[in-house]
Design a protein around this ligand. Structure first.
Ligand SMILES: [Zn+2]
Ligand SMILES: [Zn+2]
Ligand SMILES: [Zn+2]
Length: 93
């Protein structure tokens, strides 16, 4: 197991991706494209990555104070803390 240097692990309450992901929730509302998807590990909100035009995962983290998002891409299990700016893997329980 990796040794995370993130101090926000207690904010994690959602680790599993939903069975079906329609896309970035905010991009779907405004009809915008996205590149890759991230899932907020505090509330499960699906947002888009920093390579996407609107960077909704990052804006969600900043707006509501949910620091950690995981990749919602197939076969990717890493997480990212927007506050510590560090990537790590959360062990599935
Ligand atoms: Zn952190
Ligand atoms: Zn988006
Ligand atoms: Zn959230």
């Amino acid at each position: 197991m990796s040794t995370p240097v993130c101090t926000h692990l207690e904010s994690i309450s959602v680790t599993e991706l939903p069975a079906e992901i329609a896309g970035c929730e905010e991009c779907l509302k405004i009809g915008s494209p996205w590149v890759h998807l991230r899932m907020c590990m505090s509330c499960g909100k699906i947002g888009c990555c920093d390579s996407s035009p609107n960077r909704h995962a990052r804006s969600h983290a900043g707006e509501v104070g949910h620091p950690i998002a995981r990749s919602a891409q197939p076969r990717e299990d890493w997480s990212w803390c927007f506050v510590d700016e560090v990537a790590f893997v959360v062990e599935a329980g």
